[in-house]
Design a protein around this ligand. Structure first.
Ligand code: UDX
Length: 436
């Protein structure tokens, strides 16, 4: 099939490359010339395991190209809209400027029978509004909403073989035709039995935001239990293991620690609440405010634990391991780690941080940040070591070796990822979140 992907950020770049990998002819379109040049040269503008390989292979076959020229969409019959919907400055609402601009830019290049497929995460009701524009255009094209559930770090795998497909389509023949087109696009994954749910626009939009709201709630639930554990001397990691054995609960997304960050969960729960307010559902979704508050409190807790360990943060030297919002990513958007670093610096601490992939993105976001080239350099001479992202290389650090580098043997495990027994055996005072 001939596909265009409008917006080549995280979602769009991965989607374009993976669609070409599946055998389609794909043009990725983005307003950012630098991004287009990088992608066209087979370089991912962000760290995502496996993506450079898929990009390079697809570019070599000639089935994938990138351009800033929207008219290239005229060659395609299926158009994925994969632009960002960030949090609006000064409010919780999703900023739909980029989605609206993408649809506006695309309309003149649509032909009879084309399918426009929204992939961006949007407030419920957006697809119905955009469908009016797409169908109203002289082209006679149709709109479908096909949310994306990919996780950073697993983006290629999640795109090529997702847990499920969700198609939000109009009723009647247009919906049946849209479903048939999407089935052809995703034929490879569907052939392996990937479930697909065909539904209306509103349900499709809500599947995405409610899935993210559920995941965020699950994380904040266990972090609330961490607060209870801290008040009672219980151990939240053992508690998570124990309740996680109940298949109805499940152990996944029950890791207590510094909480969730990134480009999706925080802004999506806020936008969902804001949309709920508009729909007169303030009370219904107000619990998401608690989910957010619990999440943000964990960051304060790490700062408090550090203060307890070092006495006074003013003048303390802190070695921070991890800046990305999660391992296997260089993404620092709404990163809990970066927030903790900011709070420590504000309190007068001297911080040196190291992240295997996110030093550069973090420095771009926080220009005053001091980073080091290695974990060893970050912890050298530190009054306390903070592990804020659970990269494998931090989990595997030898505490005896770290002990020879630091000024004081103190560690705060912000992700409950260290072997506390081994660190204590090496002489460290260890503090975790929700652990005695
Ligand atoms: C998320 C959703 O998982 C994905 O389906 C959606 O498409 C986009 O948003 P992502 O942001 O890549 O994906 O990260 P995810 O792996 O979900 O982790 C989100 C955050 O939660 C991270 O900061 C992570 O550290 C944190 N987390 C996750 C926890 O604190 N505890 C857990 O048990 C799991």
């Amino acid at each position: 099939m001939r596909i265009s992907v409008i917006g080549c950020g995280y979602l769009g770049a991965v989607h374009a490359a993976c669609m070409a990998e599946l055998g389609h002819d794909v043009v990725g379109i983005d307003v950012d010339q630098h991004k287009v040049d990088e992608l066209g040269a087979g370089r991912a503008p962000f760290f995502e395991p496996g993506l450079p390989e898929v990009l390079t292979k697809a570019l070599e076959t000639g089935r994938l190209r990138f351009t800033t020229d929207m008219s290239a969409a005229a060659e395609a019959t299926v158009h994925f809209v994969a632009v960002g919907t960030p949090q609006t400055k000064g409010s919780f609402n999703a900023d739909l400027t980029y989605v609206d601009a993408a649809i506006d830019g695309l309309l003149p290049f649509l032909s009879e029978g084309d399918l426009v497929v929204g992939k961006s995460t949007v407030p419920v009701g957006t697809a119905a509004r955009l469908a009016g524009l797409v169908e109203g255009a002289k082209s006679g094209a149709t709109l479908a909403w096909n949310p994306e559930f990919l996780r950073e770090g697993f983006a290629v795998q999640d795109t090529v073989s997702p847990d499920r497909f969700v198609y939000g389509v109009p009723s009647g023949d247009a919906g049946a035709a849209a479903t048939a087109v999407l089935d052809e696009v995703y034929a490879t994954a569907l052939a392996t039995g990937t479930p697909r749910i065909v539904t209306d626009y509103a349900t499709a939009e809500l599947v995405k935001v409610s899935a993210n709201a559920f995941l965020a709630t699950k994380i904040s639930f266990i972090n609330a239990m961490a607060e209870v554990a801290e008040a009672t001397g219980a151990d939240v990691t053992q508690l998570a293991d124990a309740i996680g054995h109940d298949a109805r609960i499940g152990r996944k997304f029950l890791n207590a620690g510094l909480g969730f960050g990134g480009g999706c969960l925080p802004k999506d729960i806020r936008a969902f609440r804001a949309r709920g307010d508009e729909l007169g559902l303030h009370d219904t979704l107000s619990f998401l405010g608690e989910v957010d508050a619990i999440n943000l409190r964990r960051r304060e807790r790490v700062v408090t634990l550090t203060r307890e360990l070092v006495g006074d943060l003013d003048g303390a030297t802190i070695g921070v391991l991890g800046l990305a919002f999660k391992p296997n990513s260089d993404d620092v958007r709404d990163s809990p780690a970066l927030d903790v670093v900011t709070k420590l610096v504000e309190a007068g601490a001297t911080v040196t941080a190291f992240d295997p992939e996110a030093n550069e993105t973090a420095t771009r976001s926080l220009p005053t940040l001091t980073t080091s080239e290695t974990a060893e350099d970050a912890v050298r001479g530190a009054d306390a070591v903070l592990v804020l992202t659970e990269w494998k290389e931090f989990r595997e650090l030898d505490p005896a070796a770290v002990a020879t580098l630091v000024a004081h043997k103190r560690v705060v495990d912000g992700r409950n990822c260290l072997d506390a027994v081994a660190w204590r055996a090496a002489g460290f005072e260890v503090r975790g979140l929700g652990r005695p």
